[in-house]
Design a protein around this ligand. Structure first.
Ligand code: ATR
Length: 276
């Protein structure tokens, strides 16, 4: 019987998940399907509760439904519980399970693309305090960083996020970034700046240590102005596409029973799609 999964949210038109999971289904010769389901937030709780009745083994959840999905879970994994949000749901023993795999994807991508990226795990500098930033901060704390500095234009938002994670996460006003730049093993852009059509995230990288890695969660364009500047200055850079690819791995394994690989061929397929 064909195993079915889907991406849900509003809108899902632009989601790359069908391309990603469709690639893996074909590559592993699995009798499965990965579909798109436009699910407005007011219908979301009902939709996720009736996943089994709809014939799905599970689904991905994208904006704006991640918190609603979390609220209807029978079992939340540690990442979903910490963030109060879930992007990957699966049925097991009649129960609805959920995880937040963005943090996993973030770390797995760095491990694959920039071995040693975590340096001495002294200090990570994260810019931006939206939903994506929470997952990244949680993952960096889980990786064992002594200090995760969370810089944001609106300091209160950074304080709110930091308060979820305890004393290792320290909020900082955006205009004070230079003060910690020299201590960071990794700098991560979690703002929307640098995305196609928006202003670049303009940071002075001169104080950054030469071993530091610069990473962006934005992947349209792949080389954001920040990554271009970092690369030109000789830093190792990691773009945001790999995070998207790696965050899909746990879901695929749950639904289809195979742990898929993130290969250069897969990445090339996604890069082509982004260029189209
Ligand atoms: P998401 O949930 O996808 O991370 P978001 O909640 O819209 O997105 O957050 C976007 C992030 O980009 C925020 O940290 C935002 O800073 P504020 O909290 O001060 O709004 C940041 N951001 C957006 N435009 C910015 C700008 N021009 N300068 C600095 N930061 C900016």
């Amino acid at each position: 019987m064909t195993v079915r999964a889907c991406v849900t949210g509003q809108p899902v038109t632009y989601s790359r998940s069908p391309l990603l999971h469709g690639y893996w289904l074909k590559a592993y010769g699995i009798d499965g399907a990965y579909e798109r389901e436009e699910v407005p937030p007011e219908m979301a709780a009902d939709f996720y509760r009736s996943l089994a009745a709809r014939g799905y083994a599970g689904c991905n959840v994208t904006l704006p439904n991640k918190e609603i999905a979390f609220s209807v879970l029978d079992e939340a994994d540690e990442s979903a519980a910490a963030l109060g949000a879930a992007n990957t749901l699966w049925l097991d023993g009649g129960k609805l399970h959920g995880a937040s795999t963005d943090g996993y994807g973030f770390i797995a991508n760095l491990d694959a693309s920039a071995p040693g990226w975590d340096g001495a795990r002294n200090c990570a500098l994260v810019v931006g305090a939206g939903g994506a930033s929470r997952a990244v901060v949680h993952a960096l704390v889980g990786r064992g960083f002594d200090r995760v500095v969370l810089a944001n234009r609106t300091l209160e938002r950074a304080e709110t996020v930091a308060s979820l994670f305890g004393p290792r996460v320290r909020p900082l006003a955006f205009d004070r970034i230079a003060e910690v730049m020299g201590e960071a093993d990794i700098l991560v852009n979690c703002t929307s700046l640098g995305m196609k059509g928006s202003d670049p995230l303009a940071l002075d990288l001169t104080r950054l240590r030469q071993e530091a890695v610069v990473s962006d969660i934005v992947y349209v364009p792949l080389m954001t102005p920040l990554l271009k500047a970092a690369s030109a200055a000789g830093f190792r850079t990691v773009d945001g596409l790999g995070m998207l690819l790696h965050q899909g791995v746990p879901g695929f394994r749950r639904w289809f029973g195979v742990t898929p690989e993130v290969t250069p061929e897969l990445r090339a397929v996604l890069v082509d799609d982004l260029r189209a």
